[in-house]
Design a protein around this ligand. Structure first.
Ligand code: MN
Length: 422
């Protein structure tokens, strides 16, 4: 276990109980304020720490990094330095914020580089080049297959042999807090003879996580599954907003298109694989055994608790789903090995989402489609209203965190409010 994971570390910055951002997390993000241009930061307790200012004060001088990399509006150039360098920065941040290490004590400079999270604007952390969405939850694929085909043929014949996925739209990936306009499109209502055009009536969230590619490959090169995690910089929360009526009419034969591409919301913090290491765990047992290029040794999943809250415009919110990343059948390493096995190249900042993460119980389903079972079992809200799908004014809030023996490492939120169609 690396120094940064030591559960006994404490910061001189106050970290409230239950915070997602203890000194053991130190995720990376981008923030700005009315007076400060976009720049790199980490999170500690209720604060962000400005990496550009720390670089200007020489805290990273011995790490052999161009200090201008901390003043960029995206993390891409920083991530591209490689894990040896980015890990060294994280390790230095751990020293800077540690209340026991006086060599690197920056507490005298706190006023210069710490800002309350409530007083800064978090920006999209990564310029996403390509975005892929997998479909790696067996429970989700089974639920959807049962609804749209039959219980017996819920999983397609390929599903247990490869991580199914599709290429998504990167331009509409947005950061938490950005409102989402209800999309319009073609739909074929049940029993109708002709398609209609209008606002989607079946707007949904999908509870997912995504990993960010940290190292590029050349065209023609495949990532060996044993090395796959070297290519993964970190993870964030991911809401793959879905318009079920548009999706249902358009998706045969080529798959998701306009029912998905109008928006995907991510959390502003990229949590490194290093920070997640204490929470590594086995995924589900795989039967049949996958082909050799998809076979892994050792635990390839992480115990990340996930939840989704729906908060009406004027009313109390309700947590409608509690799930866990560890339910995913296919691991990130398997997804990446499969993605590149044909020679498809990957680039720093590419984003690969997990697919909806549903668990085994009805309260762990990761979409309204499943929670309300196509609208047949509505969810009761605290204000007495019901939800089959999302209404205008609703905010969907995804949260994720790991917790073990008093250590909590979290992702913050991926939140988005539904605005009425224009
Ligand atoms: Mn999805």
């Amino acid at each position: 276990m690396s120094r940064t994971n030591d559960p006994n570390l404490k910061s001189w910055v106050e970290v409230p109980p239950g915070s997602d951002f203890p000194i053991q997390n130190l995720p990376f993000g981008i923030f700005k304020t009315p007076g400060l241009t976009p720049r790199l930061c980490t999170a500690i307790g209720d604060y962000v720490a400005d990496l550009q200012v720390l670089a200007e004060h020489g805290f990273f001088d011995d790490l052999g990094i161009d200090p201008r990399v901390f003043a960029r509006p995206f993390l891409n150039d920083f991530i591209a330095l490689g894990k040896a360098k980015t890990g060294a920065v994280r390790s230095r941040l751990s020293e800077i914020l540690d209340d026991n290490l006086e060599d690197w004590d920056a507490s005298q400079l706190a006023d210069y580089f710490l800002h309350r999270q409530s007083e800064v604007q978090m920006l999209l952390p990564v310029r996403v080049g390509d975005y892929t969405d997998f479909y790696s939850s067996r429970e989700h694929a089974t639920n959807v297959g049962t609804m749209f085909r039959s219980k017996e043929n819920a999983l397609m014949p390929n599903w247990l042999h490869l991580p199914v996925g599709y290429h998504g739209r990167a331009s509409s990936i947005i950061v938490s807090g950005t409102p989402v306009r209800r999309p319009k499109g073609q739909q074929m209502p049940d029993g109708a003879e002709k398609p209609v055009f209008g606002p989607s009536r079946l707007l949904d969230f999908e509870l997912e996580m995504a990993f960010v590619i940290g190292r590029e490959t050349a065209l023609g090169q495949s990532v060996d599954i044993a090395d796959a995690e070297d290519y993964i910089f970190g993870l964030c929360l991911f809401n793959d907003w879905s318009a079920r009526d548009i999706q249902k009419w358009e998706y045969v034969p080529l798959g998701p298109f306009l029912g998905k591409s109008f928006a995907s919301t991510i959390s502003p913090w990229i949590v490194t694989l290093d920070a997640l290491e204490p929470f590594r765990t086995e995924g589900p047992k795989q039967d049949p055994n996958p082909l050799p290029y998809l076979q892994t040794k050792g635990p390839g999943s992480f115990d990340i608790q996930l939840e989704v809250e729906i908060r009406p415009e004027a009313g109390e919110g309700k947590v409608v789903c509690q799930s866990n990343f560890k339910h995913l059948y296919w691991s990130m390493a398997q997804q990446l090995a499969h993605h590149t096995v044909n020679g498809c190249n990957i680039r720093v900042g590419d984003m690969m989402a997990s697919g909806t993460i549903s668990g085994p119980t009805p309260d762990s389903y990761g979409s309204m489609l499943e929670l309300s079972w196509r609208g047949t079992t509505p969810i009761a809200m605290p204000d007495g209203s019901e939800r089959r799908f999302l209404l205008d004014g609703d905010t969907a809030i995804l949260r994720g965190w790991c917790e073990k023996e008093g250590l909590r490492v979290g992702f913050g939120e991926a939140s988005g409010k539904v605005l009425p169609a224009e």
